[in-house]
Write a protein that binds this ligand. Structure first.
Ligand code: NAP
Length: 257
């Protein structure tokens, strides 16, 4: 199979929540495969520092940044519109922005429930709908929704995250039901436990850390870099007949009891 099937040269990718963590690594991976990348986040300082770092690696012409809150309907529309006007047609959207909030469900406030649901689920609808409005007219586009092992499995104390990530799998299917016939491929990547800022506290917790090492057939935490290959594949022509799937990249955690 020729390597060019995974080549992203000339494609424009918007990666939400890419000022740090998994999003930043995915942005670098897509750029490494040839894409022009637009970074996103809320904190402008962090976003600018990511833009400078990746710009130095891949050339400033190929790394752009647009700050907007993915939970805000107008901001999401303006952000997507800015990319289309100032960078070019979005060929790849990675809905990655997300947050976690750990508290037993009996102590969970409605406000925190809604904050997690809107950041981890509604955002993919808002940014996805806006981007699809442009992609559908062109007859092609790739949308990758970033789920989690909580797309499939629950854990105590993270109810809204579990609900949002499970919902994201079915949103991926719903987008497929409506948009696949017009040339869009919408799929999900569900990472296992990946060592990032979001999970630093868990890595530092000796008991949780040994549970992860024992519960993961691969016997280690994932690294953000483990997600690059699947993301490049789902963003490329190599996945043109892959529709509505969520791929678990979890060291085997969801495959083995
Ligand atoms: P992270 O290091 O905490 O980074 C989160 C990113 O999302 C940051 O760039 C942040 O921007 C951005 N963000 C948060 N709220 C936003 C909003 N309202 N609008 C725009 N951007 C926003 O998280 P991560 O661990 O890389 O996780 C990234 C994704 O992977 C999430 O969807 C998460 O659920 C998923 N995931 C993570 C793991 C893991 O083990 N880490 C496992 C499975 C799935 P600012 O810098 O501006 O705050």
């Amino acid at each position: 199979m020729p390597a060019s099937i995974f080549d992203l040269t000339g494609r424009i990718a918007l990666v939400t929540g890419s000022s740090r963590g998994i999003g930043r690594t995915l942005a670098a991976g897509l750029a490494d495969a040839g894409a022009t990348v637009v970074l996103n986040g809320v904190n402008e300082e962090r976003l600018e520092s990511a833009r400078e770092e990746l710009g130095a690696r891949f050339g400033s012409g190929r790394i752009h940044a647009v700050a907007f809150d993915v939970t805000n309907e107008q901001a999401a529309a303006d952000g997507v519109g800015w990319v289309e006007e100032h960078v070019g047609p979005i060929g790849i959207l990675v809905n990655n922005a997300g947050i976690q909030h750990r508290v037993p469900m009996l102590d969970l406030s409605l406000e925190d429930w809604e904050r997690v649901i809107s950041t981890d689920l509604t955002s993919a609808f808002l940014v996805g709908r806006e981007t699809a409005r442009h992609m559908l007219g062109r007859g092609n586009g790739k949308i990758i929704n970033i789920g989690s092992v909580q797309t499939e499995l629950a854990r105590p104390t993270i109810a809204p995250y579990v609900a949002a990530k499970g919902g994201l799998r079915n949103l991926t299917r719903a987008m497929t039901a409506e948009w696949a016939a017009q040339g869009l491929q919408i799929n999900g990547i569900a990472p296992g436990y990946i060592h990032t800022e979001m999970t630093q506290k868990l890595v530092d917790d000796g008991e949780f850390n040994s549970w992860i090492l024992g519960r993961t057939p691969a016997g280690r935490w994932g690294a953000p870099e483990d997600l690059i290959g699947p993301a490049v594949w789902l963003a490329s022509d190599g996945s043109n007949y892959v529709n509505g799937q969520t791929i678990f990249i979890d060291g085997g955690m969801t495959a083995v009891v």
